[in-house]
Design a protein around this ligand. Sequence first.
Ligand code: ADP
Ligand code: MG
Length: 698
Amino acid sequence: MRPPILNPLFQPASALSGIGPRLMKPLTKLVGGRPEARVLDVVFHIPWSMIDRSAMPEIARAPHGAIVTIKALIDRHRPAPPRGRAPYKVYASDETGELELVFFHAREDWLRKAMPVGETRYISGHFEWFNGRPQMVHPDHILTREAFEAMPPVEPVYPMTAGLAAKTMLKANDSALALIPDLPEWQDPAWNDRAAWDDFSTSLKHLHRPQAATDLEPNAPALRRVAFDELLASQLALALTRHHIRRSKGHARRHDGRLVERIRSALPFSLTPSQAGAIAEIRADLDRPDRMLRLLQGDVGSGKTVVALLAMAAAIEAGGQAALMAPTEILARQHLATIAPLAEAAGLKTAILTGRDGQKARRETLAALESGTIDILIGTHALFQGPVEFKNLALAVVDEQHRFGVHQRLKLAEKGNAADILVMTATPIPRTLVLTYFGDMDVSKLLEKPAGRQPVDTRSVSMDRLDTVRDRIGKAIEGGAQVYWVCPLVSESDVLDLSTATSRFEDLQGRFGNAVDLLHGQMPGAKKDEAMARFQAGETRILVTTTVVEVGVDVPNASIMVIEHAERFGLSQLHQLRGRIGRGERQSTCLLVYKPGLGETARARLKAMRETEDGFRIAEMDLKLRGEGEILGTRQSGTPGFRFARLESHADLLEAARDDARLVLARDPDLRSPRGEALRVLLYLFERDEAIQLLKAG
Ligand code: ADP
Ligand code: MG
């Protein structure tokens, strides 16, 4: 149950003054909140800059283009002529000169009321010298003396959206700030004293009413305070999850290496040193009575699947079953195709479970799973949905973890009897991000790529030269090459995006006929499999696709990747895509086709792609160029991102939050002390309260 003290913040934003039902939609779009904006979302939506209205020059000395506040006497009105587009004008003056105020589509009654002739007004806005004459078009404020004195000299400016006026936003914000309760202090008093921060509520209010431009910089005390609160909430939630997993007693699993050896000798290659190292670490974890919670990090193509397979084999040696959860249907099937023959060679039985199985097949699989006939179960999130019972799940492997939430990870783990957990991520996530999104886990890294990998020749090509690209591809497929042609898919419901892939398919089919195939997310599952299988078998030579191939697909003969509208993709995404090629004998080429007129960031991304294939360097660069949420693809999975914390600036706070969370749980694992109770409020405030359920579950 959410602490009642937070209720004012969790009510719908329609409670705020000026926010009627009509404005809820643009407001929700602007500040977020599901399904509609809440007061909380409004107070967490902080200004990104401010307007300083403290400059009060005389008219003749006002600088062109500046925001100023001018004290002037209203002299006369000159209403707009009835027809034509001439504006309504008002003239005002001080001792130094005359100021022309210009209003388009004006309402005369309102203007006359706001500026009665013969009275003094404080007029604030963007000042210009127009043809040598002082002018202000649509002043921001026209104030009486009293109103002027009440106005703060510095005005916050919020990120805005269409359909919502800045003034409305300010007013709503005023009433939202009044609803922020005084909350119990959840930070360690000693730490708080040292940092010399105000409490959460004061800091948040300060951010909404900055006094100087420096107040909104990432390292301003108020922002650091709320960022630290946010990071602490997330680290505490992760620590609780980890604690929960660790607290449920694990098993020392006796494995003798016989299955691992048999599979290893069936492999057509020898393991890289990193692969061997990771497997040794995992086997050591299995030996220990604690539950394993390990992250296997390796760049795309570094060979994580084999590590997973050998880890599963070890768990099976110990008498258990293993499960492998993949984020997509295609990937689950591909894992099955890779793993099943190798597993079979060692006498292991493999099966697949996805959302697409028929009733009968599903029943059979479930029965075999429960009786223990199935050793390895591969699947999508269907693995933990519904009544899936293992006889004895010993190891759960989660591939491409960042698409799953903490919650899903736990659910799969709960299927077993204190199952060990191995999480694999293809995105080479920088250390700070590992900490942010996964918390403190043991990490194994695959540092080198398997031997025999060819570097990929990466080039950018302007859209104008598409004909040349087509010609080159024609030659390459005559020589036996295969080609991925990726079209952008910005949002999965976007019909426009889909048409790029479809029309490119038609275009290429016109030239290359049946050698071309199409694969996209909206196709029925079976059709996707067929298209993938045809490409894998070499029946088709060009696969036009959307980002469904981004994750994990393995066709070693494919050596060319064309990425259309490369400027629309993120850097890590481009890197993931490129990782699909360079896997076989052929010299591989990646063509980044861009639309001319590149922005600065897009240009930097394409340059980075040409310059390096090092996934870790790319991830660091991506973090600089984009903001952290997008690297992990959290947009797709809907994992809540961060509202205040910016990892580029707050990495030190992240480390501190991690340490603090660890300490808290060591001293007060059930969050029952006064500080513990306050920390519960913090978890609810930042909506990390899922972790609180774990406290109850024990
Ligand atoms: P990822 O880490 O991206 O999931 P995969 O597990 O899909 O990588 O492996 C990529 C390719 O490399 C596969 O074709 C796999 O068979 C191959 N591979 C894995 N390990 C080795 C190795 N040690 N030597 C040679 N090829 C390997
Ligand atoms: Mg993979």
